[in-house]
Every structure is written in C-alpha cells, then in structure tokens.
Design a protein around this ligand. Structure first.
Ligand SMILES: Nc1nc2c(c(=O)[nH]1)N[C@H]1C(S)=C(S)[C@@H](COP(=O)(O)O)O[C@H]1N2
Ligand SMILES: [Mo]
Length: 364
C-alpha cells in the first residue's frame, strides 16, 4: 500500500488508571527498566540500564558507519568510527533518566511507556567532546541550532520521522555534550545506540540520540516531531507546551527485605535495617539533603559527597524496624532549593514525575 496508514491515528488511545492495554504491555516488554536493587551500586550494570526505544533497533555495522556533518557548515565533513576513536577520549559517569519516568503515577495518565521508578541508571560513557567538532565544521553565520538524527524511523501520532533532536550552539558549549561509542568500557550494545550516540549530561534522556547518522547546522529552529510535538510540559493536549530539559531533583531507595512475587510488597525482619539509595538533580546540581519517612515522620539520611558532577550521590539510612506495616518514602533536596514533592506534579503526558518513592513493607 502507498501513503501513510497511520494518518488517522493522530490522537493517543484513551487510558484508564491502573489498567494497561496490550499495546502498552508490548511497549513495556521492549523498554526494560532498571532493577532497583542495583541502586546499591555507583554504576548500573550494563544489562540493567533501562531502555527507551521509540521504534525498532537499527542494526548498524560499526566498520562502515559514517557520521555526516552537513547543512549550514563552512567546512562540512564525514567521519568513520575508526576516525572518531582517534579523537581525544573522555570517560564520564553520567546519570541518565527518561523524562517519562514516573508516568504510571500521574492521573489521568497518557498512553505511553508506563514507567514507575525504574527508567534511570548511571553508566560510564566514553567518547569525545562534541563542541570541538562543531567548531571544526564551522557553522555559517545565521546558524541557530544543530540537529542530531538517528537511523531509527517510524510513526507517531500519524507523523513519520527519523528520531531526531536539536540543541542551540550555546547549549552545546555549556552542556559538555559527548559523542559516545562505549558504555562501561565496552562498545555500545545495539539497543543503546551502537555504534554512536550523543549524551547530553544533566538533561532528561530524550536528547541522547542513539544510532547517530547526521549532525546538521540549521538556520531555522529544528521542527522534528521529537522536538516540537513531544517532550514538552503541557497543561492539556493542545497546549504547545514548554520544552523539557534538565532533570528534576529525585531520589530512590533499594526496596529493603524480600518481595512477594504477586503483590510486590516487601517483608523485612524487625531490628536494624540499613536502607541505601541514590539521589540526583538536573545539570549535575549537588544534592544537599535526603530524608526518609517511616510512617510519615521525616528524618535525615546520611548523604555521601558528590564524586562526579553528572552522577548521582549515595545515601544511607539506619532504620530500627518495629513489627507492623509501613510505607517507606525518601525525598531529596538540591543545592538550588528544589525538593521532591510528595504527590506527582501534573503534566498531560506524565513527564518528569519526581514525587517521592513509596515502598510498601511488612515488618515481622
Ligand atoms: N535514535 C533514538 N535515540 C533515542 C531514543 C530513540 O527512541 N531513538 N530514545 C531517547 C530516550 S526518550 C531516552 S530516555 C534515551 C534512553 O537511552 P537508553 O535506552 O540507552 O537508556 O535515549 C534517547 N535516544
Ligand atoms: Mo525518555
């Protein structure tokens, strides 16, 4: 057939809180989440790092893959992976979180990937800085943005497109943007963008374009679907919205004790329970306080110093657990005075829900 069969799907399917369609379950099966027990570690094991892929994973051959610099550059060029790997290399631990993390807790929720807490992880990313390459290609006068295009193609709300995002020249300078080819010391896996992606430290994950093929200099703001139609805070469906950028302050704990297979509630033995977790905020802003609530009484956790600008911080809390049933919660505050809310902040598409985690435990 010819034409676009998805033109008629320009509206999201309706949802009912707590009830998920087959299509959402399909999305959740493809886009696996982090296992919260790995929050005990500084670096998330590669196989546990969450995945968010809008379309299919392109299987690209690193040996022949080419990155093209095109559009309004004075000196456009192309690079093979072998050439990119001879450029000055940097390795940085960076905490990455999906803007949709927490969506399942926002009511009414929008049809999309139904994350609870698990779309976050920290990896050591290796690559080369993007800014010097943009300088080398030399944007012409009048360039306002640089776009980054991936090799994955598909449809969303009736519109076909390659996954693409953009940044302004200033954002590229200020944000330590990396062209990345390795994750935790190994070449990128297919599902994480092999052979090349970008990482925009301190921002939500949508900017970290995977399977990167093209970097284009634009004299008009990029108007691709993933830039202008989504990843915006919207009060309602037809609101043009405000672009989502830096990560909101957040913390998570390793759920203590052992789980029940069906209810996912936890059993903890009475006595001293050592809670451990991680806390992070946007642009690498340090966390200044983490608090834990047992039965709604908030007490300070022990917070460890920030080791790397863009990586989360460890915290611990010693809990004298008495027999009973509890909701454990944790909440972080950052250096800019931001604190996690107790209830999900409203957004039409359920973006950036940083409400304090709830863990249901029985102590016995
Ligand atoms: N080409 C491409 N890049 C992409 C995406 C995508 O679907 N296609 N998803 C983005 C989103 S929304 C997130 S949160 C991160 C997730 O990266 P990960 O799957 O390696 O954790 O990749 C981003 N980069
Ligand atoms: Mo995301």
């Amino acid at each position: 057939m010819s034409g676009n069969p998805f033109q008629i799907y320009s509206d999201k399917p309706t949802t009912v809180d707590g009830i998920y369609s087959q299509e959402e379950i399909g999305l959740a099966n493809r886009n696996s989440g982090n296992l919260l027990e790995t929050l005990a570690l500084d670096i998330t094991p590669t196989g546990c790092h969450y995945l968010l892929n809008h379309f299919d994973v392109p299987l690209l051959d690193p040996k022949v893959h080419i990155l093209r610099f095109s559009g309004s550059f004075e000196a456009p060029f192309e690079l093979l992976m072998a050439e990119i790997m001879t450029l000055p290399a940097v390795t940085m631990p960076i905490t990455m979180e999906c803007a949709g993390n927490g969506r399942a807790g926002v009511s009414p929720r929008s049809h999309s990937m139904p994350w609870m807490y698990e779309a976050v992880g920290t990896s050591e990313w290796t690559g080369t800085k993007l800014a010097p390459l943009i300088e080398k290609a030399c944007p012409k006068d009048g360039v306002v943005e640089i776009s980054f295009m991936g090799a994955d193609y598909g449809y969303d709300m009736g519109k076909s497109h390659f996954f693409g995002r953009s940044l302004t020249l200033n954002q590229i300078k200020e944000l330590d943007v990396l062209l990345v080819y390795a994750m935790n010391g190994s070449p990128l896996l297919p599902q994480h963008g092999s052979p090349l992606r970008i990482i925009v430290p301190g921002w939500y994950g949508m900017g970290n374009v995977k399977w990167l093929t093209d970097i284009k200099a634009l004299t008009e703001p990029y108007n691709g679907y993933q830039q202008v139609k989504t990843y915006r805070f919207k009060a309602h469906k037809d609101d043009p919205g405000i672009p989502i950028q830096t990560i909101r302050v957040k913390s998570l704990m390793v759920p203590p004790g052992v789980p029940d297979w069906s209810t996912r509630k936890r059993f903890v033995s009475a006595g001293k329970v050592d809670l451990v977790g991680r806390a992070w905020s946007g642009d690498g802003s340090p966390i200044v306080k983490v608090e834990v609530a047992v039965a709604d009484e908030w007490r300070n956790a022990k917070l460890f110093e920030k080791k790397d600008r863009y990586a989360w911080q460890k915290w611990t809390f010693s809990w004298q657990a008495e027999p009973g049933e509890y909701i454990l919660r944790c909440r972080a505050s950052d250096v800019n005075g931001n604190i996690q809310p107790l209830d999900p902040p409203w957004d039409q598409a359920g973006f950036a829900n940083n409400a304090a985690q709830r863990v249901h435990v029985f102590v016995g």
